[in-house]
Design a protein around this ligand. Sequence first.
Ligand code: ZN
Length: 261
Amino acid sequence: MTRVLVPSPQKIGRWLETVERTWLGWSLPPARRVIADARWQPDDPQRYCGLCGVSVGRDEVTPRGCASCRGTSPATDRLIRLGPYGDPLGEWVKAIKYRQWDQMGRELGRRLGKSISAALAGTAGGGGDAYVVVPMPMPWQRRLYRGIDHARVIAGGVAAELGAPLLALLARANGPPQVSLRATQRSRNAGRMRRKRLAHLLPLDGHTVILVDDVRTSGASLEAAAKLIRRLGVARVVAGVLAVADPVLGPRSAGRVFRAS
Ligand SMILES: [Zn+2]
């Protein structure tokens, strides 16, 4: 009689982990385990401003925004985040970008998709079939030397969770990364973005576009992208980001500094 040895699920799990590490040359552990070990949970929407995403205390936010954004008219209708730019989320975001941890990018993207789905459920245009997920664009030169288009990886997770199409509608000319610039230089640099020609061919009327990025710092890039998307006749533009950098100085001080290097 021939005995067939069936490995236990635990053994298969360990084996898959080894394959992942050795074949793909990673020393990074599985993203889900890292998230579980850190006992990390996404933010409750009460903890941040639904317009600009900065952390707020109780009663510090109104439907017209918080002290950081009240009086401005952002091109995004809403912002949904997973958390503030601090540990452990900030460390994971850096590892996605600089260590090409695409597994973590996709996993956090899925969790962001869950938060978006919960936040938009019951709101106008909240039906999943009306969503389109658009990653914030990265210059191709940067994608080449980084080895990852992090916003696209995260957006892939969001799209999978929402069951929505992922459309790269925007492109960006090469220039310095936003995190390397002072707040006053960011708007000018954000202007290096453009819509791709194919964007005009798509019937996006009435759709909710989810603009996905890893971190919101000054918000200049998201603002520039949302303005370009708005001209396509969409119903609304919602920003979905993993983390938001809170202003270090007072919310109304000139030349605000953000923690997101
Ligand atoms: Zn705000």
